[in-house]
Every structure is written in C-alpha cells, then in structure tokens.
Design a protein around this ligand. Structure first.
Ligand SMILES: Cc1cc2nc3c(=O)[nH]c(=O)nc-3n(C[C@H](O)[C@H](O)[C@H](O)COP(=O)(O)OP(=O)(O)OC[C@H]3O[C@@H](n4cnc5c(N)ncnc54)[C@H](O)[C@@H]3O)c2cc1C
Length: 456
C-alpha cells in the first residue's frame, strides 16, 4: 500500500501524485492539519479549504474509501500512519511555498517518498532560474510540452478504510463560494459556455465585472489555490476550445491560456527564489525610503483613502475575499507608490483576506506592482484617476462597493480626487477626503524609487 499525502491539492481528478501512487499499488489518502502551515493560511481561506476537505472526504467515501485526517507534524504523523497501515511509501505533490518545502524535506528524511510535479504545467526545475521579463519566460515556457490530465484512480484502487476523525467546522466572516471539485468544475463549465471566448475583451472592463461577474473573468483562482481543480484539466479544455474556434474567439481563448503562463512564471520565481515573499527580487543600490505611515495603512485597509477606485477595490476584498485583477493592481500600486508603504505589508494583508491567496501569485504580483520584481519598466505607477477613466468610466464598479458615492455623475467620480474640497463635501458628505494629493504623491514615489535605483 502507498499513502497519498494531500496538501493544496484537494481533489481526486487530474491529481498527478495521487495517480502515480494508484498506478502501482492501493492508495490510502491522508490530510495532515499541520499547525505550522495552518498559521500561514488566512482564516477565510482556511474555512474555504476545510469545507473543501469535507467535499473531498465525501468523494472518497462514495468510492468506498475514506480520507484520513490527522493533526500534527507531517514528519511524525505520516510515518506513524504508514506503520499502522503497512504502507511502504508516501506520495505527494511538490508544493513550493518555503514552509511547505521544509515540511516536505522533513517527511522525505523520515519515510520513503515519491514527490511528483502537479501544481504547474511545466516543472520549474526544468526551466531557467531567471528570465529577463515575462516575454522571455513565455518564449521558453510555451515551447514545452504540456501534460494531459492525470487519470482519476479507480475506486477499487483505494484503501478500504473508514475514519472517525471529524474535520473541524470553521466559519468565515464572509460568504464563501461553493467548494470542492464539483463546484470548481461547475464554475469552469459556465465560463467555458459563456466567458472564455470573450475573455480578452471583457477581462479589464469593470462594467462587465459588476453586471456579469461570472462571464467577465473565470474566478477559478480560489479553486486553483486550493487545488480543487487541476491545472492540466483547465489547460486541456482551453486548448481544445482554442483548436475548435477561429477569429476573435480564438484570440480571446489564447489570452486565457496566456494568463495561466503568469501563474507558471510566478511559480518559477518562487521555486528559484524562495525568499520572494520576503525580499526584493531586484537589487537596489540604495534602500527604498518607505514611509510606512500606520494611519495611512489603516485607511487603505478600510477602503477610506478618498480615491474611489482604490476604496471600491479594498471594500470588495474585505467583503468578498476576492478582488478583480484590475483593482488588485491599482490598490497594490497605490499602497506602495502613492502611500510609500512597504509591499510586504500588502502581501500580509492580502494573505489574511483573500480566499484565493497563492504564495507565488501574491508575492510575485506585489513585487511586480511595487517595481521591486520582474517588470520591464523601472518605476511603474498606476494613476487611479486615469485607471478609473479607462476601465470604470461609468462608475459601475465604484458605486457597487462605495455606497456614499451612488447617484453622483460618473464623470465627476472619475475626477473625484482632483475636485475642490467643498464640491466633494457637498456631493458626498460621508465620504473621506483624499488622504494624499494625487500629483504630489505621484512625484514623491517617482523621486523615491529613482533615488533607490541610483538614478538621481
Ligand atoms: C497585488 C496582486 C496580488 C495578487 N495575488 C494573487 C493571489 O494571491 N492569488 C492568485 O491566484 N492571484 C493573485 N493575483 C493575480 C490575479 O489578480 C488573480 O489571479 C486573478 O484576479 C484571479 O481571478 P480569476 O481567476 O477570475 O482570473 P482570470 O482572469 O480568469 O485568470 C485565470 C487564471 O489565470 C491566472 N492569472 C491571471 N492573472 C494572473 C496574474 N497577474 N498573475 C498570476 N496568475 C494570473 C490565475 O491562476 C487565474 O485564476 C494577484 C495580483 C496582484 C496585482
């Protein structure tokens, strides 16, 4: 018998490690609640995962097996479970977050193991450790063969066990989407039916994001982060569609496949630079003069900066545990540039709030937006006024999340941070005044980053 150690891969379908274990012997699936890893997961995401664990367990039970759930250090728990059930080897999927890599290495020291690539389409160990920018990464990555989805194990290949250990009920402070593979698949089917063929055209349009949220973007990120659906399965479906359509539909589907390559690059970065969530990827000759003002940070977190697009973004994050990519980039830029608050503060806040928190995507995107990462532009600053004018000129997104601003003409809302104080107060007495001046903050950020880069 083999053990399969489930981590961030809460599914039976297209699970490479599970399939590899089942290919050579009966498999006993185990999940270990590891207190050290648990501390690194936000409460909302943990609630989403525990609900997903229950869905996974019921899938195993339908197959006449069970998911063993244990608590403790995996390097102690897994050898004990293996002993108890006469298992000779522990299979697991490689996970790249430093805390998980440490646990995996400790398990490897304690018991015979087989580590399998599953989380990404291309094993980062086979790619270069550094690419100049995303285009260079993409040029190399897109030539690599992408594996087909892994086979789902047969019911009679799973151990005939039953486990009485309860999975803890964890509540969240927000409504969570449905969890588990079936929910992920359903979401994906809906996006395939109405979404992927217009993806490139709608992905940045905040009007579509508000009125047809499930068609504008895929919303697969919470499921991918939990491993409730496999990346090969998404890739295979998207590729099949790409091959079946032409013209605009094909261009749109291709964009979706292209976006997945960012995730792959971020895992490549994390794999080769495990300190990515903690240290600047780029080397600066001078230290960046962060201001780190605690009151500004609190205003940003609450969505009370007086910048409509930023506040809408932060309020969506706080209310839903999810944030559309366009405002995600804007709130991150605003924190690190307009407010000069260290990107690591943003990483930590997102980790707490997001249900799709992903260690590679979060760290790499924060670094990209903060201009400490892989961006080919030296100092990128998103202007929240220009961004709203381009992507939310009807103020659909802003008024969805900032009720104080409802009923105000959208053109006025686009220019909001530049209006005279008395005009703003008359229109929206409850809404805070901008906490920084748009132009001064922009110029200050430019100065600080150019100084750190040794260009002044
Ligand atoms: C500051 C910041 C922090 C972020 N933190 C996370 C995070 O913790 N977890 C996370 O999954 N994504 C993160 N992203 C990337 C991106 O915002 C989300 O992946 C996307 O918004 C998720 O929604 P979706 O699944 O509907 O995306 P879609 O637009 O439908 O894209 C499909 C999939 O492609 C991948 N993808 C799309 N854009 C990116 C990107 N820029 N980088 C990497 N992968 C991408 C994701 O896997 C996504 O689920 C972050 C972006 C920024 C700017």
């Amino acid at each position: 018998m083999h053990l399969f150690w489930h981590q961030r891969d809460l599914r039976l379908h297209d699970n490479c490690g599970l399939a590899a274990a089942a290919a050579s012997d009966t498999v006993l699936p185990v999940f270990v609640v590891d207190p050290t890893v648990r501390k690194a997961v936000g409460d909302r995401q943990w609630a989403f995962w525990t609900s997903g664990l229950r869905a996974l367990r019921s899938q195993y039970r339908k197959c006449g097996s069970d998911l063993l759930v244990r608590t403790g250090d995996p390097a102690t728990v897994l050898p004990a479970v293996a002993d108890e059930h006469g298992a000779d080897r522990v299979y697991f999927n490689e996970h790249y977050r430093p805390v998980r890599r440490e646990r995996q290495r400790a398990v490897e020291d304690a018991v015979p193991t087989e580590a399998v690539t599953d989380l990404v389409l291309v094993d980062p160990a086979t790619l270069a450790p550094r690419y100049e920018n995303h285009s260079r990464f993409y040029d190399d990555w897109q030539t690599r063969e992408k594996p087909a989805p892994a086979p789902t194990p047969e019911a009679d290949g799973l151990a005939d066990v039953s486990d009485r250990q309860e999975i803890p009920e964890v509540s969240a402070d927000i409504d969570l989407p449905a969890t588990g593979y079936a929910a992920a698949r359903e979401r994906w089917e809906r996006f395939l039916a109405d979404g992927i063929e217009t993806y490139s055209d709608t992905r940045d349009d905040m009007r579509t994001a508000v009125h047809r949220p499930e068609n504008a973007v895929s919303r697969m990120s919470p499921y991918l982060a939990a491993g409730m659906i496999g990346i090969r399965e998404l890739w295979a479906d998207a590729t099949e569609r790409y091959d079946a359509v032409d013209g605009a539909a094909r261009r749109n589907v291709e964009k979706y496949r292209y976006e997945l390559s960012w995730r792959e690059q971020n895992y490549n970065l994390l794999y080769h630079h495990p300190s990515l969530p903690k240290t600047n990827y780029t080397t600066f000759p001078e230290a960046i003069a962060w201001e780190n003002d605690p009151e500004m940070f609190e205003a940003w977190k609450r969505g009370e900066t007086g910048y409509p697009l930023i506040d809408a973004g932060m309020r969506q994050l706080n209310a839903e545990g999810y944030l559309h990519n366009r405002p995600r980039q804007n709130v991150a830029s605003f924190l690190t540039k307009h407010l000069l608050i260290d990107w690591r503060e943003g990483v930590a806040y997102f980790q707490d709030q997001l249900i799709d928190h992903d260690p590679a995507n979060n760290a790499a995107n924060w670094q990209w937006t903060a201009s400490t990462g892989t961006d080919s532009v030296d100092v990128r600053i998103f202007d929240p006024v220009a961004q709203m004018s381009k992507y939310d000129d009807g103020a659909d997104y802003v008024t969805e999340y900032v009720p104080e601003l409802r009923g105000i003409d959208p053109e006025t809302l686009v220019d909001w941070p530049t209006l005279p104080d008395d005009e703003r107060t008359a229109l929206a007495p409850e809404y805070p005044a901008p906490i920084v001046d748009r132009n001064e903050a922009y110029e200050r950020a430019q100065r600080v980053f150019e100084t750190a880069l040794g260009k002044r």
